[in-house]
Structures are given as C-alpha cells and as structure tokens.
Design a protein around this ligand. Structure first.
Ligand SMILES: [Zn+2]
Length: 195
C-alpha cells in the first residue's frame, strides 16, 4: 500500500478539527440559500452530517460484498423519505441526540470492524438516516426551493458516501489506521453529545 494513501485519513481527520470548532449551531440560519447549492453545501459544512455520511461509506466498504451498495443506498433513500416526513409533520424528539448517536455508533463499528448481517446493517443506517432527514425536512422552506434544497442535500450525501467507500478501499489491509479513523469519528460523536 502506498505510503501517501495511508496518510489520507490522518490528514483528513486533522483537517476536521477546525471544522469541529464550528459545531452545527442547532440547525438554525446557517444555510445561505434554499436552493440546490444551499442543500449541497449543508452536509459539507455541517460536520455532524459530514462525519456520518463518510462513516456510512467507510463501514460499508469494511462490510464488503452487497453491503457496499445496500448500506449507502439505504441511508440516502431513508433520509430522503424522512425529509419528506419532516416537511409535513415536523421534527421528532431526540433528533440531535439521534445524530450524535449515529456518529458514535458508526465510529465504534468502524473501529472494531464489526460485521453485522446485511439486513441488520441496512436497518441500523436506516434508523440513523431518519434523524438526519427529519432534521432538515422540518426546516425546508415550503416554496419550490425546498425541493431543490433537498435534492442538493441528497446529492452531497451520495458524494460523501462515495468518499467514505473510497477511504474504506484505500484502508483495506490497514486495520490500525481504520481503527484510529473509527475512534476519531466515535470521539466526535461524544463531543456532539456534550454540545
Ligand atoms: Zn444539518
């Protein structure tokens, strides 16, 4: 394995620390526009989503086989459905805690290279996706811009799953680095719980 490739996750985690300082401020007023670009930017600028979506891809790569496609697809599609639900019915209690739990759990699963059955893995990320979707569906504007925003959000999520899958493949045969990456993600989940 190329030495430079090994550094990628470490540099990536180091770059996240300045981002951590700008913790997602309770999902209020941090999106500049209610259009595709605003939706696309949100998961890239909110580190809670960023970490979760990369972690989903990373874990899926570790699981291998069908899970590589089923796990990220489950997250994206359940998140989109949950956003529609949130749009009409509002938030559900414990959304912020659910998002923090998703980061913590995925980090631990990656750190321990936990292998769950495919159906259980899909169900687990599906539950996490509900929190990420509902949180945003509820705040989506009722204008046509809300749909574009959602489409941008979904596109960025799929992209981040791809980044996570790529990282996972790069880390094949590097269990120590994968363990550190998972540990870092889990630690971020703890930070979010405390926030
Ligand atoms: Zn958000």
């Amino acid at each position: 394995m190329n030495r430079i490739l090994r550094l990628v996750p470490i540099v990536g985690l180091a770059l996240l620390f300045p981002v951590l300082a700008h913790a997602h401020p309770g999902h209020e007023g941090h999106d500049l526009t209610w259009d595709f670009d605003g939706g696309f930017a949100h998961p890239l600028t909110g580190w809670d989503h960023l970490l979760t979506m990369i972690a989903v891809g990373l874990w899926a790569a570790q699981l291998g086989a069908r899970a590589r496609w089923l796990v990220p697809s489950a997250f994206v599609s359940v998140m989109a459905l949950a956003a529609i639900f949130g749009h009409f019915f509002g938030t559900i209690p414990g959304t912020e805690q659910g998002i923090a739990a998703s980061i913590l759990t995925l980090g631990l699963l990656i750190a321990t290279t936990a292998r769950l059955p495919v159906a259980a893995s899909v169900a687990l990320v599906g539950v996490f996706a509900i929190f990420h979707g509902v949180a945003h569906g509820a705040e989506m504007s009722t204008t046509a811009g809300g749909f574009s925003y959602g489409a941008g959000f979904v596109a960025a999520t799929a992209l981040l799953h791809g980044v996570g899958l790529g990282l996972g493949f790069a880390l094949k045969g590097q269990p120590t680095i994968a363990r550190f990456a998972g540990g870092g993600i889990a630690a971020a989940g703890v930070v979010l719980f405390a926030a």
